[in-house]
Design a protein around this ligand. Structure first.
Ligand SMILES: Nc1ncnc2c1ncn2[C@@H]1O[C@H](COP(=O)(O)OP(=O)(O)OP(=O)(O)O)[C@@H](O)[C@H]1O
Length: 342
Protein backbone atom coordinates (compact mmCIF):
# COMPACT_ATOMS: atom_id res chain seq x y z
CA UNK A 1 0.00 0.00 0.00
CA UNK A 2 1.31 3.48 -0.77
CA UNK A 3 0.49 6.99 0.45
CA UNK A 4 -1.54 7.45 -2.71
CA UNK A 5 -3.87 4.64 -1.77
CA UNK A 6 -4.00 5.46 1.91
CA UNK A 7 -0.67 3.92 2.98
CA UNK A 8 1.91 5.58 5.20
CA UNK A 9 3.16 9.05 4.30
CA UNK A 10 6.71 8.04 5.16
CA UNK A 11 7.91 4.49 5.43
CA UNK A 12 11.38 3.48 6.55
CA UNK A 13 12.35 -0.15 6.17
CA UNK A 14 15.44 -1.86 7.65
CA UNK A 15 17.49 1.31 7.35
CA UNK A 16 21.18 1.20 8.22
CA UNK A 17 23.91 3.81 8.21
CA UNK A 18 27.43 2.66 8.96
CA UNK A 19 30.45 4.96 9.16
CA UNK A 20 34.08 3.96 8.75
CA UNK A 21 36.13 5.39 11.58
CA UNK A 22 39.83 5.35 12.45
CA UNK A 23 40.41 5.54 16.20
CA UNK A 24 43.90 7.02 15.76
CA UNK A 25 45.89 8.45 12.86
CA UNK A 26 47.51 5.11 11.90
CA UNK A 27 45.05 2.84 13.69
CA UNK A 28 42.89 0.22 12.02
CA UNK A 29 39.53 1.26 10.64
CA UNK A 30 36.41 0.28 12.51
CA UNK A 31 32.80 0.43 11.46
CA UNK A 32 30.33 2.49 13.51
CA UNK A 33 26.83 1.02 13.40
CA UNK A 34 25.14 4.41 13.91
CA UNK A 35 21.75 3.25 12.55
CA UNK A 36 21.38 -0.49 12.38
CA UNK A 37 18.15 -1.86 10.97
CA UNK A 38 15.45 0.69 11.77
CA UNK A 39 11.88 0.44 10.47
CA UNK A 40 8.97 2.77 11.17
CA UNK A 41 6.12 4.61 9.49
CA UNK A 42 4.71 8.11 9.90
CA UNK A 43 1.21 9.12 8.86
CA UNK A 44 0.50 12.45 7.18
CA UNK A 45 0.18 15.27 9.70
CA UNK A 46 1.60 13.13 12.49
CA UNK A 47 4.54 13.90 14.78
CA UNK A 48 6.78 10.98 15.63
CA UNK A 49 9.02 11.85 18.57
CA UNK A 50 12.44 10.18 18.48
CA UNK A 51 14.12 9.98 21.88
CA UNK A 52 17.33 8.47 23.21
CA UNK A 53 20.68 9.28 24.78
CA UNK A 54 23.35 11.29 23.02
CA UNK A 55 25.17 9.18 20.43
CA UNK A 56 22.40 6.59 19.92
CA UNK A 57 21.96 7.58 16.26
CA UNK A 58 19.00 9.98 16.27
CA UNK A 59 20.57 12.68 14.10
CA UNK A 60 22.03 10.15 11.69
CA UNK A 61 18.62 8.50 11.30
CA UNK A 62 16.89 11.87 10.78
CA UNK A 63 19.40 12.96 8.17
CA UNK A 64 19.22 9.65 6.29
CA UNK A 65 15.44 9.79 6.14
CA UNK A 66 15.54 13.12 4.27
CA UNK A 67 18.58 12.06 2.23
CA UNK A 68 21.02 14.55 3.73
CA UNK A 69 23.07 11.44 4.44
CA UNK A 70 23.28 8.47 2.12
CA UNK A 71 21.86 5.36 3.86
CA UNK A 72 24.08 2.24 3.77
CA UNK A 73 21.17 -0.16 3.20
CA UNK A 74 17.40 -0.23 3.60
CA UNK A 75 14.54 1.63 2.00
CA UNK A 76 12.80 4.98 2.39
CA UNK A 77 9.40 5.65 0.82
CA UNK A 78 7.97 9.14 0.78
CA UNK A 79 4.36 9.55 -0.39
CA UNK A 80 4.57 6.09 -1.90
CA UNK A 81 7.76 6.76 -3.87
CA UNK A 82 10.99 4.94 -3.18
CA UNK A 83 13.44 7.79 -2.56
CA UNK A 84 16.30 5.69 -1.16
CA UNK A 85 18.41 6.07 -4.25
CA UNK A 86 16.95 9.13 -5.93
CA UNK A 87 19.95 10.52 -7.82
CA UNK A 88 21.47 13.82 -6.71
CA UNK A 89 20.22 15.57 -9.83
CA UNK A 90 16.63 14.83 -8.82
CA UNK A 91 17.15 15.46 -5.14
CA UNK A 92 16.58 19.18 -5.59
CA UNK A 93 12.84 18.69 -5.98
CA UNK A 94 12.85 16.30 -3.03
CA UNK A 95 14.75 18.85 -0.95
CA UNK A 96 11.83 21.26 -1.25
CA UNK A 97 9.54 18.69 0.28
CA UNK A 98 11.92 17.34 2.95
CA UNK A 99 13.51 19.85 5.27
CA UNK A 100 15.57 20.00 8.46
CA UNK A 101 15.44 22.34 11.42
CA UNK A 102 18.87 22.32 13.05
CA UNK A 103 19.62 22.13 16.74
CA UNK A 104 21.88 25.11 16.99
CA UNK A 105 20.48 28.36 15.61
CA UNK A 106 23.83 30.05 16.31
CA UNK A 107 25.79 27.70 14.09
CA UNK A 108 23.20 27.16 11.37
CA UNK A 109 22.90 30.80 10.23
CA UNK A 110 25.68 32.42 8.24
CA UNK A 111 26.91 35.21 10.59
CA UNK A 112 27.92 37.37 7.62
CA UNK A 113 24.57 37.22 5.84
CA UNK A 114 21.54 39.31 6.62
CA UNK A 115 18.46 37.34 7.61
CA UNK A 116 16.75 38.41 4.38
CA UNK A 117 19.64 37.12 2.26
CA UNK A 118 19.52 33.74 4.03
CA UNK A 119 15.83 33.35 3.26
CA UNK A 120 15.84 34.72 -0.30
CA UNK A 121 18.98 32.66 -1.06
CA UNK A 122 17.03 29.44 -0.41
CA UNK A 123 14.16 30.70 -2.59
CA UNK A 124 16.46 31.70 -5.43
CA UNK A 125 18.35 28.40 -5.35
CA UNK A 126 15.09 26.59 -5.93
CA UNK A 127 13.76 29.01 -8.55
CA UNK A 128 10.95 30.30 -6.34
CA UNK A 129 9.74 33.88 -6.96
CA UNK A 130 9.92 35.73 -10.28
CA UNK A 131 12.37 38.43 -9.15
CA UNK A 132 14.15 39.96 -6.16
CA UNK A 133 11.14 41.96 -5.06
CA UNK A 134 8.85 38.93 -5.05
CA UNK A 135 11.40 36.89 -3.11
CA UNK A 136 11.74 39.73 -0.59
CA UNK A 137 7.98 39.81 -0.08
CA UNK A 138 7.91 36.06 0.39
CA UNK A 139 10.76 36.22 2.90
CA UNK A 140 9.04 38.97 4.86
CA UNK A 141 5.82 36.94 4.96
CA UNK A 142 7.82 33.98 6.24
CA UNK A 143 9.27 36.13 9.02
CA UNK A 144 5.79 37.21 10.05
CA UNK A 145 4.57 33.64 9.89
CA UNK A 146 7.15 32.64 12.53
CA UNK A 147 6.26 35.63 14.73
CA UNK A 148 9.05 38.02 13.76
CA UNK A 149 8.62 41.54 12.34
CA UNK A 150 9.16 41.86 8.58
CA UNK A 151 11.83 44.48 9.39
CA UNK A 152 14.11 41.65 10.57
CA UNK A 153 14.76 41.10 6.86
CA UNK A 154 17.62 43.64 7.14
CA UNK A 155 19.05 42.40 10.44
CA UNK A 156 22.19 40.34 10.98
CA UNK A 157 22.01 37.08 13.00
CA UNK A 158 24.10 38.71 15.76
CA UNK A 159 21.28 41.22 16.35
CA UNK A 160 18.85 38.42 17.27
CA UNK A 161 18.31 36.43 20.45
CA UNK A 162 18.64 32.62 20.40
CA UNK A 163 14.86 32.20 20.20
CA UNK A 164 14.58 34.71 17.34
CA UNK A 165 17.38 32.95 15.45
CA UNK A 166 15.62 29.64 15.79
CA UNK A 167 12.46 31.28 14.44
CA UNK A 168 14.55 32.27 11.41
CA UNK A 169 15.75 28.65 11.23
CA UNK A 170 12.11 27.56 11.12
CA UNK A 171 11.28 30.21 8.50
CA UNK A 172 14.16 28.93 6.35
CA UNK A 173 12.88 25.37 6.64
CA UNK A 174 9.39 26.56 5.62
CA UNK A 175 10.62 28.69 2.70
CA UNK A 176 10.38 25.86 0.19
CA UNK A 177 6.90 24.75 1.26
CA UNK A 178 7.97 21.40 2.73
CA UNK A 179 5.69 18.49 3.56
CA UNK A 180 7.96 16.70 5.99
CA UNK A 181 10.37 18.23 8.49
CA UNK A 182 13.00 16.63 10.66
CA UNK A 183 13.33 18.86 13.71
CA UNK A 184 16.64 17.84 15.30
CA UNK A 185 16.69 19.00 18.93
CA UNK A 186 15.24 22.34 17.79
CA UNK A 187 14.93 23.86 21.27
CA UNK A 188 17.69 22.20 23.28
CA UNK A 189 20.16 25.05 22.70
CA UNK A 190 17.62 27.60 23.96
CA UNK A 191 16.72 28.95 27.39
CA UNK A 192 13.94 26.97 29.02
CA UNK A 193 11.89 30.20 29.12
CA UNK A 194 11.67 30.35 25.31
CA UNK A 195 11.46 26.62 24.60
CA UNK A 196 7.69 26.42 25.14
CA UNK A 197 7.04 29.40 22.82
CA UNK A 198 9.00 27.73 20.03
CA UNK A 199 7.34 24.36 20.56
CA UNK A 200 3.92 25.98 20.42
CA UNK A 201 4.89 27.84 17.26
CA UNK A 202 5.93 24.56 15.65
CA UNK A 203 2.62 22.98 16.61
CA UNK A 204 0.63 25.90 15.19
CA UNK A 205 2.60 25.82 11.94
CA UNK A 206 2.17 22.09 11.70
CA UNK A 207 -1.61 22.45 11.92
CA UNK A 208 -1.77 25.40 9.51
CA UNK A 209 0.51 23.86 6.90
CA UNK A 210 -0.38 20.17 7.35
CA UNK A 211 3.22 19.30 8.14
CA UNK A 212 4.47 15.90 9.16
CA UNK A 213 7.30 15.89 11.70
CA UNK A 214 10.06 13.64 12.91
CA UNK A 215 10.85 15.42 16.14
CA UNK A 216 14.19 14.47 17.70
CA UNK A 217 14.97 15.17 21.35
CA UNK A 218 16.71 13.62 24.32
CA UNK A 219 14.13 15.34 26.56
CA UNK A 220 11.04 13.28 27.41
CA UNK A 221 9.21 16.42 28.58
CA UNK A 222 9.68 18.08 25.19
CA UNK A 223 8.68 14.91 23.35
CA UNK A 224 5.53 14.65 25.44
CA UNK A 225 4.55 18.18 24.40
CA UNK A 226 5.05 17.47 20.70
CA UNK A 227 4.61 13.83 19.78
CA UNK A 228 1.59 11.78 18.72
CA UNK A 229 3.75 8.67 18.85
CA UNK A 230 7.12 8.04 20.43
CA UNK A 231 10.07 5.98 19.15
CA UNK A 232 12.87 5.16 21.58
CA UNK A 233 16.32 4.56 20.13
CA UNK A 234 19.23 2.76 21.75
CA UNK A 235 22.58 2.17 20.10
CA UNK A 236 21.35 2.34 16.53
CA UNK A 237 18.07 0.46 17.01
CA UNK A 238 14.50 1.27 17.94
CA UNK A 239 13.59 -0.49 21.17
CA UNK A 240 10.05 0.84 21.64
CA UNK A 241 7.47 2.55 19.40
CA UNK A 242 4.11 3.52 20.87
CA UNK A 243 1.30 6.07 20.86
CA UNK A 244 2.40 8.88 23.19
CA UNK A 245 -0.40 8.35 25.73
CA UNK A 246 0.33 4.64 26.06
CA UNK A 247 4.06 5.26 26.26
CA UNK A 248 3.86 7.90 28.97
CA UNK A 249 1.36 5.88 30.93
CA UNK A 250 3.32 2.64 30.85
CA UNK A 251 6.63 2.35 28.98
CA UNK A 252 7.38 -1.30 28.24
CA UNK A 253 11.12 -1.33 27.57
CA UNK A 254 13.53 -1.25 30.54
CA UNK A 255 15.58 1.38 28.69
CA UNK A 256 12.53 3.62 28.40
CA UNK A 257 11.90 3.13 32.10
CA UNK A 258 15.49 4.17 32.77
CA UNK A 259 15.03 7.31 30.65
CA UNK A 260 11.99 8.23 32.74
CA UNK A 261 14.03 7.72 35.89
CA UNK A 262 16.80 9.98 34.65
CA UNK A 263 14.46 12.91 33.93
CA UNK A 264 11.68 13.17 36.49
CA UNK A 265 8.61 14.55 34.74
CA UNK A 266 5.75 16.38 36.37
CA UNK A 267 3.51 13.36 36.12
CA UNK A 268 -0.24 13.87 35.81
CA UNK A 269 -0.55 10.13 36.26
CA UNK A 270 1.44 10.17 39.51
CA UNK A 271 -0.54 7.22 40.84
CA UNK A 272 1.44 5.05 38.42
CA UNK A 273 4.49 5.71 40.64
CA UNK A 274 7.38 4.49 38.54
CA UNK A 275 10.40 2.60 39.72
CA UNK A 276 13.63 4.57 39.87
CA UNK A 277 16.19 2.89 37.62
CA UNK A 278 19.69 4.27 37.56
CA UNK A 279 21.61 3.22 34.48
CA UNK A 280 25.10 2.01 35.26
CA UNK A 281 27.94 2.07 32.77
CA UNK A 282 28.41 4.15 29.66
CA UNK A 283 26.54 3.61 26.44
CA UNK A 284 28.59 0.88 24.66
CA UNK A 285 30.78 1.71 21.66
CA UNK A 286 28.58 1.56 18.54
CA UNK A 287 31.50 0.02 16.62
CA UNK A 288 31.22 -3.15 18.73
CA UNK A 289 27.65 -3.34 20.01
CA UNK A 290 26.80 -6.05 22.56
CA UNK A 291 25.41 -9.36 21.29
CA UNK A 292 21.74 -10.24 21.74
CA UNK A 293 19.81 -7.29 23.11
CA UNK A 294 22.09 -4.27 22.90
CA UNK A 295 20.77 -2.98 26.19
CA UNK A 296 21.48 -6.16 28.17
CA UNK A 297 24.83 -4.89 29.50
CA UNK A 298 23.01 -2.08 31.36
CA UNK A 299 19.62 -3.66 31.92
CA UNK A 300 18.59 -4.33 35.54
CA UNK A 301 16.29 -7.17 34.40
CA UNK A 302 18.70 -8.96 32.01
CA UNK A 303 18.51 -12.75 31.83
CA UNK A 304 21.00 -15.07 30.04
CA UNK A 305 18.78 -15.15 26.93
CA UNK A 306 19.16 -11.37 26.56
CA UNK A 307 22.88 -11.62 25.81
CA UNK A 308 22.31 -14.37 23.26
CA UNK A 309 19.20 -13.65 21.25
CA UNK A 310 18.33 -10.30 19.73
CA UNK A 311 14.69 -9.43 20.48
CA UNK A 312 12.54 -8.28 17.55
CA UNK A 313 10.44 -5.11 17.72
CA UNK A 314 7.04 -6.72 18.26
CA UNK A 315 3.59 -5.76 19.38
CA UNK A 316 3.19 -5.67 23.15
CA UNK A 317 -0.44 -4.56 22.75
CA UNK A 318 -2.29 -2.55 20.11
CA UNK A 319 0.16 -0.28 18.30
CA UNK A 320 2.67 -0.62 21.15
CA UNK A 321 5.86 -2.21 19.84
CA UNK A 322 8.70 -3.28 22.08
CA UNK A 323 12.01 -5.08 21.47
CA UNK A 324 12.50 -6.94 24.73
CA UNK A 325 12.34 -10.59 25.85
CA UNK A 326 10.92 -9.50 29.21
CA UNK A 327 8.92 -6.32 28.60
CA UNK A 328 7.56 -4.39 31.54
CA UNK A 329 3.92 -4.97 32.22
CA UNK A 330 1.44 -2.15 32.55
CA UNK A 331 0.40 -1.66 36.21
CA UNK A 332 -3.24 -2.43 35.42
CA UNK A 333 -2.29 -5.83 33.97
CA UNK A 334 0.12 -6.55 36.79
CA UNK A 335 -2.73 -5.92 39.25
CA UNK A 336 -4.67 -8.61 37.41
CA UNK A 337 -2.02 -11.15 38.36
CA UNK A 338 0.45 -10.98 35.45
CA UNK A 339 4.12 -11.29 36.27
CA UNK A 340 6.44 -8.31 36.56
CA UNK A 341 10.05 -8.89 35.49
CA UNK A 342 12.15 -10.11 38.40
N1 LIG B 1 30.36 11.29 10.14
C1 LIG B 1 30.54 10.39 11.09
N2 LIG B 1 31.63 9.58 11.09
C2 LIG B 1 31.82 8.63 12.02
N3 LIG B 1 30.96 8.42 13.04
C3 LIG B 1 29.86 9.19 13.11
C4 LIG B 1 29.60 10.21 12.14
N4 LIG B 1 28.42 10.82 12.47
C5 LIG B 1 27.97 10.21 13.59
N5 LIG B 1 28.86 9.24 13.96
C6 LIG B 1 28.71 8.34 15.12
O1 LIG B 1 27.45 7.70 14.99
C7 LIG B 1 26.85 7.54 16.28
C8 LIG B 1 25.49 8.20 16.28
O2 LIG B 1 25.65 9.63 16.20
P1 LIG B 1 24.43 10.64 16.13
O3 LIG B 1 24.97 12.03 16.07
O4 LIG B 1 23.50 10.21 15.06
O5 LIG B 1 23.72 10.40 17.55
P2 LIG B 1 22.65 11.28 18.29
O6 LIG B 1 21.76 10.34 19.01
O7 LIG B 1 22.01 12.23 17.34
O8 LIG B 1 23.53 12.07 19.34
P3 LIG B 1 23.54 13.64 19.67
O9 LIG B 1 22.24 13.94 20.32
O10 LIG B 1 24.72 13.77 20.58
O11 LIG B 1 23.73 14.32 18.33
C9 LIG B 1 27.83 8.15 17.28
O12 LIG B 1 28.64 7.12 17.81
C10 LIG B 1 28.66 9.09 16.44
O13 LIG B 1 29.96 9.25 16.98
Amino acid sequence: MSARDGGPFLKVEALTKHFERRKSLFGAKSRVYAVDGVSFEIAQGETLGLVGESGCGKSTLGRCVIRLLEPSTGQIEFEGLDITHTPMARLRYLRRRLQLIFQDPYASLNPRKKIGATLTGALKLHGIGADREERKQRAQKLLERVGLPASFFDRMPRDLSGGQRQRVGIARALALDPKFIVADEPVSALDVSVQAELLNLLKELQAQLDLTLLFISHDLGVIRHMADRVAVMYLGKLVEVAPADAFYEAPMHPYSEALFSAVPLPDPDAHLSRKRIVLTGDIPDPSSPPSGCRFHTRCPYAQPKCGEVEPALESGGTDHLVACHFPLIAPAKADQGEKQPS
